[in-house]
Design a protein around this ligand. Structure first.
Ligand code: RIB
Ligand code: CA
Length: 328
């Protein structure tokens, strides 16, 4: 089977960085481009972080990197630096190599001259039925691309979205998941687009946990630059999680969206009509799936495939095995 051609739309973000590593380490995928969006951090920082990650995984892997939306469609940006650190990657400037140099120096990669939405439209339109778009940040870029060029975007093979919470509580409010809450208008436009969308919500991503013990074991037994990066970027986060939840463990939200493309059998999809709350109240950004057991004529037709089950052990094992493969 030829590799699946993917574009990753991302707001790195620690779990985004882990997702990018998984994607580059997986022969089933060909990363054609990375587009960045404001979310966990400002879009300039997210873009710099994506380029830094490319330096970590190796000089031979150089897809285009296109900078995207600097803020949600209609709202101010609310970042998650309390969780991901000021730099969005666990404050990596703390780490020094021999001789006192930065272990992770500033990246020098040249960016694509195109905007994220222009790159999405061009690459998807030029390869009908070929490209899988994996969105692991707020959906601002995707919403703007659909609004600008609906016919071109309709040529996408599939869209995988990490976002939402169906039966699970939210993570940024009791009702809402961060990516949808950051830009509910964008999510609402995307969900109503009629495009082939698979949602990977907190219901499944919160069941795939990376622990500090697992990371330490990787470093001890593999000791590569990539596994060292995984430990450095997660070290601060495990402290935050320990404080908040009592466990030094973090959900592999974004990596599971990548995993669902590597091996679709890892998740079980169910069709639902899913709506997004765009009001200003406590339910802002909530994703509401119509799970009523009534005949089709009594409710709206499904607009998404929603992953409601995951083979958590098999996915975590795949994740660990793959990140040990780099550098290839
Ligand atoms: O709710 C989890 C999502 O929000 C992940 O994509 C994480 O990176 C943050 O962006
Ligand atoms: Ca993300």
């Amino acid at each position: 089977m030829p590799p699946t051609r993917i574009i990753i739309d991302t707001d790195p973000g620690i779990d985004d960085a882990l997702a990018l590593i998984l994607a580059f380490a997986s022969p089933e995928l060909s990363v054609e481009a990375i587009t960045t969006v404001a979310g966990n951090v400002a879009v300039s920082q997210a873009t710099r972080n994506a380029c830094l990650l490319l330096d970590v995984v190796g000089p031979h892997l150089r897809p285009s990197v296109a900078k995207g939306a600097a803020h949600p469609m209609t709202r101010p940006l609310r970042t998650a630096q309390h969780y991901h650190g000021e730099d969005g990657l666990g404050n990596l400037s703390r780490f020094k190599a021999e001789g006192g140099m930065l272990r992770y120096p500033e990246p020098q990669q040249l960016l694509s001259p195109q905007s994220a939405q222009a790159l999405m439209i061009e690459q998807i339109g030029a390869a009908p039925g070929e490209i899988v778009l994996i969105c692991i940040g707020p959906l601002t870029n995707l919403a703007m691309a659909i609004r600008t060029a609906p016919a071109e975007m309709a040529k996408v093979k599939e869209i995988i979205v990490m976002g939402g919470a169906i039966q699970a509580p939210g993570n940024v409010t009791p009702a809402a998941e961060f990516n949808v809450h950051t830009d509910p208008e964008a999510a609402s436009l995307v969900f109503a687009s009629g495009l082939p969308i698979t949602l990977v919500p907190l219901d499944v991503t919160q069941r795939v946990l990376l622990t500090a013990e697992l990371v330490d074991t990787l470093v001890r037994h593999v000791g590569s630059h990539v596994t060292q990066f995984v430990r450095d970027t997660t070290e601060r986060l495990f402290g935050v999680e320990k404080e908040q939840t009592g466990r030094a463990a973090t959900p592999l939200h974004d990596p599971l969206a990548i995993g669902a493309v590597i091996d679709p059998s890892l998740v079980t999809r169910r069709p639902f009509d899913v709506q997004v709350e765009t009001g200003e109240g406590p339910a802002q950004g909530m994703t509401i799936a119509d799970r009523r057991q009534v005949g089709g004529q009594w409710k709206r037709p499904p607009n998404l495939q929603v992953c409601m089950e995951v083979d958590a052990g098999r996915f975590v094992a795949l994740f660990l095995e793959r990140i040990c493969r780099l550098p290839a």
